[in-house]
Design a protein around this ligand. Structure first.
Ligand code: ASP
Length: 316
């Protein structure tokens, strides 16, 4: 395989993020991008780097994943996660899993230890315990903020409208999904995505994040993608695969993400965001929502932003 400039790119969810969360969200994505890149520099694989970056984001309560996950209508935390590696295109995922700190770790175990791609609900929890994942008290995953939000948005439809709609956003007290896409120095790719979903979702609702081709996609021949936004729209438009198909057709990562997000909006009025890195190291972060915190490390520099058009750079 040819030499490629390695890239680790992460996002912290696309939605109408209120000002009080801007700095915490930016710190969270910057830390996660650095963390994933360090794993690569220390000799880890693209999959190791994607997992480490997403664990860092799951552990940050500013995001809707792991600790800080939003609540279902009946006040529970149910989380979805995926990990996919682009060399063999193996993937592992969990849906509606409860009581674990890091769903992405369970997703990786599904990928590596089972003949399946997706385990959900009680089966996913049972599998996690059998593979040494500690069960945590659900209250440790619930922040006061998640409770406030559920009280405010007791209607899923209202939540979806206000968190994602770019034309008339209500700056909701929501917080969001996390993800990572990686290409290593040999052109090997991986992605991971993790979420608590959307406030006031129905118990048992599984969103786009654990679905291959919707919440994430990795193929060494093309690149890696992680998405965020209105899950039902992302599933229906196969957003991650749509972006990969655009890249595969020769479009750059930026054009590919822009066109796929525009397609989702035009066809089904869906809003969201995506990060993508090609197998050659071409990277893009893009969103059709009011904001999305993102960060990536490439060529010794850390790039980051949260507002449309914002792109800051500092030394890694
Ligand atoms: N896509 C996630 C879901 O619908 C939420 C998000 O990305 O904000 O579960």
């Amino acid at each position: 395989m040819s030499e490629v400039e390695p890239v680790v790119v992460v996002h912290g969810g696309a939605w109408a993020i209120p000002e009080k969360l801007w700095s915490e969200s930016l710190d969270g994505v910057k830390t996660a991008a650095r963390c994933g890149y360090k794993v690569l520099k220390d000799g880890g694989s693209a999959t190791d780097a994607a997992e480490a970056a997403v664990i860092s984001l799951e552990d940050c309560p500013a995001f809707d994943a792991g600790t800080g996950s939003v609540l279902t209508f009946d006040e529970q935390v149910e989380m979805d996660a995926i990990i996919m590696e682009g060399t063999t295109m193996k993937a592992g995922a969990v849906g509606a899993i409860r009581n674990v700190k890091n769903p992405v770790k369970v997703a990786r175990l599904v990928m590596e230890k089972t003949p399946h791609v997706l385990l959900v609900g009680e089966g996913a929890n049972k599998f996690a315990i059998e593979h040494g994942i500690e069960e945590v008290d659900p209250d440790t995953l619930i922040t006061p903020y998640a409770k406030e939000k559920l009280a405010k948005f007791k209607q899923y439809n209202k939540t979806v409208y206000s968190l994602f709609n770019k034309f008339d956003p209500v700056e909701g007290d929501g917080h969001d999904t996390v993800g990572c896409a990686v290409v290593d120095g040999s052109g090997r790719t991986a992605c991971a995505t993790s979420t608590g979903g959307i406030t006031a979702k129905m118990p048992g609702r599984v969103g786009d994040s654990p679905i291959v081709g919707a919440g994430g996609y990795a193929d060494d021949i093309v690149g890696a993608v992680s998405t965020t936004g209105h899950g039902e729209a992302i599933i229906r438009s196969c957003l991650a695969r749509h972006i990969a198909a655009n890249m595969s057709a020769g479009k750059g990562a930026l054009t590919a993400t822009e066109e796929s997000l525009a397609y989702m909006e035009a066809r089904i009025n869906g809003f969201g965001g995506a990060i993508a890195v090609s197998c050659k190291g071409d990277v893009a972060t893009n969103f059709s929502t009011p904001r999305m915190p993102w960060a990536y490390v490439k060529e010794g520099k850390l790039h980051y932003g949260i507002h449309p058009g914002q792109h800051e750079v500092e030394d890694y």
